[in-house]
Design a protein around this ligand. Sequence first.
Ligand code: AP5
Ligand code: MG
Length: 191
Amino acid sequence: MYNLILFGPPGSGKGTQSEKLVEKYDLVHLSTGDLLRGEIAKKSPLGIEAKKLIEKGQLVPDEMVVGIIDNCLEEHKDAKGFLFDGFPRTVNQAEALDRLLGLRKMAIDSVLALEVNYDELVKRILNRGKTSGRADDSDEEIVRKRFAVYHRDTEPVANYYKEKDLLKIVKGSGTVAETFEALCGEIEQAV
Ligand code: AP5
Ligand code: MG
């Protein structure tokens, strides 16, 4: 069993790298952003609620994403491991994740944090906004709001894992292939 958190600001490449990592290491990919966009597409009550917040660049309530993660852990009882992408995003979510994993006799093994400079992040997101159809990608003011929320609510999560000696910083500004190689290097050291 190997449980990994891929951490990093909006646009740092979490989704891109997750796709490659789950294939190589046979992990279940849990992206709360993707799961919430799935709920929005279905127009479920949760999706309708989430849509209003996501479009403003705000986080959805902790209980909402913790509930989603709890269901997914339950659905994949035979998984070899999980890759958490875009979760946890608050210290409260990180504590809840420890509880959910603890109940199932599991734990987080590594937290890999992608580091990319701000200008490159904004460039990547606005560029993706031309084709992604994501309302939170196309408006510069909303993109800026996402970074402010990241700074205020999500950066402290890195410290939470640093104190547990689980955090490793990985350069995310190279090519997709270079970043993937760096991440694999860290994973192979950890397992
Ligand atoms: P979420 O979907 O998680 O978005 P995010 O964290 O803001 O990050 P992105 O998905 O935009 O970026 P990414 O790091 O995955 O990068 P990607 O690989 O796509 O969350 C969206 C919203 O949902 C939140 O704002 C919030 O409202 C809500 N939400 C989600 N989880 C939540 C939670 N836990 N709690 C509360 N609310 C939550 O890459 C970005 C672009 O760059 C792509 O176009 C890609 O092709 C390109 N790219 C990637 N790597 C490279 C590279 N090396 N070189 C050049 N280009 C690259
Ligand atoms: Mg993503």
